[in-house]
Design a protein around this ligand. Structure first.
Ligand SMILES: O=C(CO)[C@H](O)[C@H](O)COP(=O)(O)O
Length: 218
């Protein structure tokens, strides 16, 4: 089980400080949301910020690209020090080739589906990915309400993983807090992105609270 605080909810003027705070909280990943203002109606930052965070943290940098044609940015993110590159199936006509390019770069390859996209859309690439990210809000902004219907897809992905003996992690992102995290875990997720829940309080206390929610029996 891994917790991935999202720096979308951190202080944009103090990424290096907040990356340290995340590291000291016991979280396993730093989740970095890249938005281009086209695929989603929000603009954040690019590989330069990933490079800067890389200098101040040894944690796994879990980069979620909400950008059109993400295959164009693979080399840039690999050079910046990203560990995982997540790309949306809805954002490219070349999902297989794009994931192949990510794998060849040495990063872990992760495919993302929006709340309105079925698991069928990514079945042809499930054998090659290291992670599947199931969005539990529509992408673009932090602080939105968790969409429980997305959990059926988490359960479906978990069943496919067992049946086919695949090894991908199942990550959920959006509206994750100390209550919704249990339903995500029960459905089969094992990586949990949390932005506003973690940063709207003491980061270490909130990460601990998420971990103790996960420790409760099914
Ligand atoms: O990908 C994202 C938005 O597109 C964010 O990672 C996600 O929304 C996390 O924020 P919160 O935990 O506040 O919902």
């Amino acid at each position: 089980m891994k917790i991935a605080p999202s720096i979308l909810s951190a202080d944009f003027g103090h990424f290096a400080r907040d990356a340290k705070v995340i590291e000291e909280s016991g979280a396993e990943y730093i989740h970095i949301d890249i938005m281009d203002g086209h695929f989603v109606d929000n603009l954040t930052f690019g590989a330069g910020v990933v490079k800067a965070i890389r200098k101040s943290s040894k944690l796994v940098l879990d980069c979620h690209l909400m950008v059109e044609n993400p295959e164009k940015y693979v080399d840039e993110f690999a050079e910046a020090g990203a560990d995982i590159m997540s790309i949306h199936v809805e954002a490219t006509n070349h999902i297989h080739g794009a994931l192949q390019k990510i794998k060849n770069s040495g990063m872990k390859a992760s495919v993302v589906i929006n709340p309105g996209t079925p698991v069928d859309a990514i079945k042809p690439v499930l054998s090659m990915v290291d992670q599947v990210l199931v969005m539990t809000v529509n992408p673009g902004f932090g602080g939105q309400k968790f969409i429980p219907e997305c959990l059926d897809k988490v359960a479906e992905l978990s069943a496919i993983k067992s049946a086919k003996k695949y090894s991908y992690d199942i990550e959920v992102d959006g509206g994750v807090d100390d209550k919704t995290i249990k339903a995500c875990r029960n459905a089969g997720a094992n990586v949990f992105v949390a932005g506003s829940y973690v940063f709207n309080g003491d980061v270490a206390e909130r990460v601990e609270k998420l971990k103790s929610s996960l420790a409760v029996e099914l």
